[in-house]
Design a protein around this ligand. Structure first.
Ligand code: ADP
Ligand code: MG
Length: 700
């Protein structure tokens, strides 16, 4: 049977088959329907306009922001005998004219253009003179202010399309939330487009999520995974949320696995160091890369066997893009996300900070006006009571500069623009938009948290998120296949919670109900734990029947439990300045046993977990992640020598428990020494200063 599309695929591109979705998109495009193709990176979106370009009469225009890649793509097409051109700022006027001449003569099938070309009327007029069979907008999400890649020049495309009147339009992107999709449709004037979502299913990726305690717990699981688990089998990328955390985990891994195997990568490194890290990983010299999400662009090692997240990603798109770096060679790969409910606080903080409240923006404006001279950022931060540090002021200034109310001056100073109205209400500040954007960011974070707690198939969740139909079967995830042998201590498989867990959750919910929605999460946690803190004892919380109901858990664990209940939608946490916790509808149902509990608690929150183990698991941030083996040796030597001198058994100097506590958090002064479990004033007198000297010598 005559199949021109298939024949073109073979003849011009040498491919045997279409990737998922390609054929449907191409058929719609050729048939002349406005089309949107949403496919992940690497799925083959280019073919969706390159192939029609060969079948259609007239020129195909491809708008792409990736100027650096245009030449390569055009060269590759020319090598296949396809008459392609590109027009961007890297060409001089003569070269551009020559390209246009070839276009006008009908010799060119496909031309790549940069969006900023549309700033020039002359460019538009030149395009109007050639018949445009297809106008393809690549990376179409750049048109939307909701996305992370907004390019104002993309907003010109709608007008350009009106002028050029191309016969067909295709918009391609890898990421499109419903908001972004709507913007693409609206700004490109797509009338009732066909929207294809395809290719998101990655059948060779096993998706797993583990609920963890603090950094120490995560680090231990990470090491186990890299030593004995799936992560021992090849190249691994470990993603952390910030530069500091990349350094923290990289340092720890280097101690355990050696410096040769591990590289780190984040935006704070200088170019040379980044290139070195990238090359070491790409060449295979290093097996493990610890990175922020800055790592990935251009890193295309096909044999990545595992991706581990040690922090919660902010969005499902981000998560999926990062796990997508695993298994490019189509061999099985494992994706492990280590997560704790408190992770989302960092994201919430950053969202708040980049979307300042109106009160802050107007306060900054008033302070700048009142100062009547240019100010330094730090000065401004101290003048504005509402501001919580310089980044907050900076964010407010960004909002003010969008309406041209402020401007930067030499020496890092900022000033109010003279003549701008004094009344902030007259500045036309985009508070509505800011509020909507903030809400959208929270919504994306919420979707990510839902993924983590989702009781069903992980792949199904992701595909549903992107809007691609999926009917199974699941190619591999912890929910559908249980915790397979990952080499990591067994996590929370999806089983029914035990009666004791359910009881624990009901008690916590009862506490929230009694607090009647007037208190913050930590205060309610303090109440449940029976805290003696003033801000608990001094309030009505102390007289509630639920005071101390979960005293075996401790405040930290109670707080984590409550955050978990919020994440699962059993409780609400609402209010901007002082969020208060209250019971949700579904929380009432679980509390009154009219609905079952649908999730299990992580190991360290299980009833009956010894308090010490729980505290260890909950300890967060700032601590050395791993115990330094050399330090452990030095401490043992010290203990042996002290024991010999005194002619007592080693454990009489201090027990192993103390030894490990010393190695985990080496004391640097008397106070810290006295805080170490198993050490007190008598031991300080006996050998305290000497021990500090040993520690100082060992770790500098
Ligand atoms: P995207 O733009 O969706 O990220 P690309 O268009 O750059 O993806 O394509 C990724 C790779 O897949 C390219 O090397 C391309 O040649 C290849 N490719 C595209 N379609 C097919 C196909 N049907 N069969 C084999 N390889 C393909
Ligand atoms: Mg592409």
């Amino acid at each position: 049977m005559h199949d021109p599309i298939r024949e073109a695929l073979r003849a011009h591109f040498g491919f045997d088959d279409f990737h998922a979705g390609q054929r449907d998109v191409i058929e719609d495009v050729v048939a002349g329907r406005p089309t949107v193709a949403i496919m992940p990176t690497g799925a083959g979106k280019s073919l969706c306009y390159q192939l029609p370009a060969l079948l259609l009469d007239g020129v195909t225009v491809v708008v792409s922001p990736l100027i650096a890649l245009m030449k390569d793509q055009v060269d590759a097409l020319r090598a296949r005998g396809i008459a392609a051109e590109f027009i961007n700022s890297s060409l001089d006027a003569g070269q551009q004219r020559a390209a246009f001449d070839r276009l006008a003569s009908g010799a060119t099938r496909l031309v790549y253009v940069a969006p900023e070309r549309f700033r020039h009327g002359s460019f538009l007029r030149a395009l109007q003179r050639v018949p445009i069979a297809l106008f393809a907008v690549d990376e179409a999400h750049c048109i939307s202010g909701w996305g992370h890649d907004f390019r104002p020049d993309y907003l010109r495309l709608g007008g350009a399309i009106e002028e050029i009147r191309p016969q067909r339009i295709l918009a391609c992107t890898a990421t499109a939330t419903p908001d972004v999709r709507e913007d693409i449709q609206r700004f490109l004037h797509l009338d009732d487009p066909r929207v294809h979502v395809a290719g998101f299913l990655r059948t060779n990726l096993f998706l797993e999520v583990k609920h963890c305690g603090g950094d120490r717990d995560r680090a231990q699981r990470l090491v186990a995974f890299l030593r004995e688990g799936r992560g021992a089998e090849g190249a691994v990328v470990v993603y952390a949320s910030t530069r500091k955390r990349v350094e923290l985990f990289a340092r720890g891994l280097i101690q355990v696995l050696g410096a040769r195997d591990v590289v780190q990568y984040h935006a704070g490194m200088d170019d040379a160091a980044r290139v070195r890290a990238q090359e070491a990983f790409m060449s295979g010299a290093a097996r493990i890369a610890v990175a922020t999400n800055a790592f990935g662009m251009g890193v295309d090692r096909a044999d990545v066997r595992a991706v581990v997240h040690v922090d919660l990603p902010r969005t499902v798109e981000g998560y999926y893009q990062q796990v997508g770096r695993a298994g490019r060679d189509r061999q099985p790969a494992h994706c492990l996300l280590l997560y704790n409910p408190s992770d989302s606080r960092v994201h919430e903080f950053l969202i708040e900070q980049s979307h300042p409240q109106p009160s802050l923006v107007t306060a900054v404006w008033r302070a700048l006006r009142a100062a009547d001279r240019p100010l330094r950022l730090a000065e401004l931060a101290t003048l504005v009571a509402e501001a919580d540090g310089e980044p907050a002021v900076e964010a407010a200034l960004r909002v003010l500069s969008r309406v041209d109310a402020v401007r930067g001056e030499a020496g890092g100073l900022v000033a109010a623009v003279p003549g701008a109205p004094a009344d902030p209400n007259e500045l036309g500040l985009p508070f509505d938009e800011l509020g909507r954007h903030r809400q959208a960011e929270y919504e994306r974070l919420k979707q990510m948290k839902r993924f983590v707690h989702h009781p069903g198939c992980r792949h199904a969740y992701v595909l549903d998120y992107f809007g691609e139909p999926f009917s199974g079967p699941c190619p591999g995830c912890d929910r559908c296949h249980g915790a397979v042998a990952t080499g990591v201590a067994a996590g929370v498989a999806f089983e029914s919670p035990s009666p004791a867990e359910t009881e624990l959750v009901r008690k916590a919910l009862a506490g929230v109900a009694r607090a009647r929605g007037g208190f913050g999460l930590r205060k309610v946690a303090g109440m449940l734990a029976g805290s003696k803190a003033k801000d608990v004892v001094g309030t009505s919380l102390a007289s509630l029947s639920t005071y101390g109901l979960l005293d075996k858990l401790g405040v930290e664990a109670c707080a984590e439990l409550l955050r978990l209940l919020v994440d699962h939608g059993l409780c609400h946490l609402e209010g901007a300045d002082y969020p208060t916790i209250s019971l949700a509808e579904s929380g009432w149902a679980v509390m009154q046993a009219t609905a079952p509990l649908t999730f299990r608690l992580p190991a360290h929150l299980q009833p009956g977990t010894p308090v010490a183990a729980r505290t260890r698991a909950l300890r967060e941030g700032g601590l050395p992640v791993y115990t330094d083996p050399d330090l452990v040796d030095a401490l043992r030597r010290f203990r042996r020598e002290e024991a010999e001198v005194r002619d007592v058994a080693a454990y009489m100097i201090f027990p192993d428990r103390t030894l490990h506590a010393l190695a985990a958090e080496p004391p640097r002064d008397k106070a810290a020494f006295l805080r170490t479990p198993g050490l007190g004033p008598t031991r300080w007198e006996a050998f305290g200063p000497k021990l500090l000297a040993v520690i100082a010598e060992q770790i500098g």
